[in-house]
Design a protein. Structure first.
Length: 65
């Protein structure tokens, strides 16, 4: 998933990010700038490589567990 995407999967991702302490991520169902920022911070915190910054791809999905 990436900025501009929307739907139930994005909402679930936002809920997970918010639950992990990224409280600035709003649960809207739209992959907006706050979601991108939270995802990029998650990737940085966990040392995720293999996905572009702020994009929820296979490497980031694996890091979420």
């Amino acid at each position: 998933m990436r900025p501009g995407d929307g739907g139930a999967e994005v909402r679930a991702l936002q809920e997970r990010l918010h639950g992990q302490g990224f409280t600035y991520v709003s649960v809207t169902g739209v992959y907006d700038d706050r979601t991108r920022r939270g995802m990029a911070q998650f990737q940085s915190d966990r040392g995720v490589t293999g996905d572009p910054g702020g994009v929820y791809g296979p490497a980031t999905r694996a890091a979420f567990g």
